[in-house]
Design a protein around this ligand. Structure first.
Ligand SMILES: Nc1ncnc2c1ncn2[C@@H]1O[C@H](COP(=O)(O)OP(=O)(O)OP(=O)(O)O)[C@@H](O)[C@H]1O
Ligand SMILES: [Mg+2]
Length: 267
């Protein structure tokens, strides 16, 4: 398990307005969703974790070590990040080569890299496409290739930036399974996501970003019950919760919880 401590983190692009205005958070093994309106600074935040951007003030500690003192190569071995847009990530002409690239880059030998790549392709359901050209695949499958290339690196921390965009039901179920699997392996999984129903079904913890700060940080249910703060951050509650509250039936997070608890109340 990896722990990431974020201490009074500030960031601005050049001389522009501050995007992150002093964030204090500890990320651990709980599967965590980061939510917030467009432009709230979510992608900027994870790029700072990954070391692609440098804090303008404050610091990030990975397992007690400041990321300032870690090289990009060391960070790459410990933190994997799947970009919002797979086209920013994919550049090889063969799926298997693409998925092996990351593992080779962080120093795995060819045999291990291939094993990890094949396992990752199996996890995302694309083993049969290993010889395909990623650019011949549709956006949803290209996104799964991008996910596989990060899974193959077997990092302790995995960041997903909007994994469910362009995914159909099957793709979303696949991503849900992958998150659960990584969690079970003790990895720290951090996911930026706009789909509140998916958040309600999958994660243990949610953090709300607004105006450069983390304005809520709690269990997913705890966060979704803070209607006023959510309104202020331009976020909505999951559908099942809205329905339960509107019908005055109770506070239900998702379908599974609704069925379990509501059945008890009517019995
Ligand atoms: N390279 C950059 N240079 C200058 N400003 C940037 C750059 N990248 C992002 N920004 C600005 O920083 C702010 C935060 O952007 P960021 O991409 O982190 O938001 P986000 O929460 O990921 O949004 P979305 O949900 O739309 O992906 C926005 O106002 C954006 O315009
Ligand atoms: Mg973003």
């Amino acid at each position: 398990m990896s722990i990431i401590d974020i201490k009074d983190l500030h960031f601005s692009y050049g001389s522009g307005e501050e995007i992150l205005k002093g964030m204090n958070l500890t990320l651990d093994e709980r599967s965590t969703a980061i939510i917030g309106q467009n432009g709230a600074g979510k992608t900027t935040f994870v790029k700072l974790l990954k070391g692609i951007l440098k804090p303008t003030a404050g610091e990030i500690l990975l397992n007690g070590k400041s990321t300032k003192d870690l090289t990009v190569a060391t960070l790459a071995k410990q933190i994997g990040m799947v970009f919002q847009n797979p086209n920013d990530q994919i550049f090889k002409n063969v799926v298997l080569d693409e998925v092996m690239f990351g593992p080779l880059q962080i120093g795995m030998d060819k045999g291990t890299a291939k094993d990890k790549a094949l396992k990752a392709l199996e996890m995302v359901g694309l083993l049969d496409q290993k010889g395909a050209n990623p650019y011949d695949l549709g956006l949803s499958r290209r996104k799964l290739v991008a996910i596989a290339s990060i899974l193959a690196m077997d990092t302790e921390v995995i960041i997903f930036d909007e994994p469910t965009i362009a995914q159909d039901y099957a793709g979303k179920e696949r991503i849900k399974e992958i998150i659960h699997m990584l969690r079970a392996e003790g990895k720290t999984v951090i996911t930026i996501i706009h789909d509140m129903n998916f958040v309600a079904e999958v994660f243990e913890r949610a953090i709300v970003f607004a105006k450069g700060k983390a304005v809520l940080d709690d269990t997913v249910k705890g966060v979704f019950l803070e209607k006023e703060v959510l309104d202020g951050a331009y976020l909505e509650q999951p559908d099942v919760m809205k329905l339960g509250l509107k019908l005055e039936l109770g506070e239900y997070l998702n379908v599974e919880e609704f069925v379990r608890l509501y059945q008890n109340t009517v019995r």
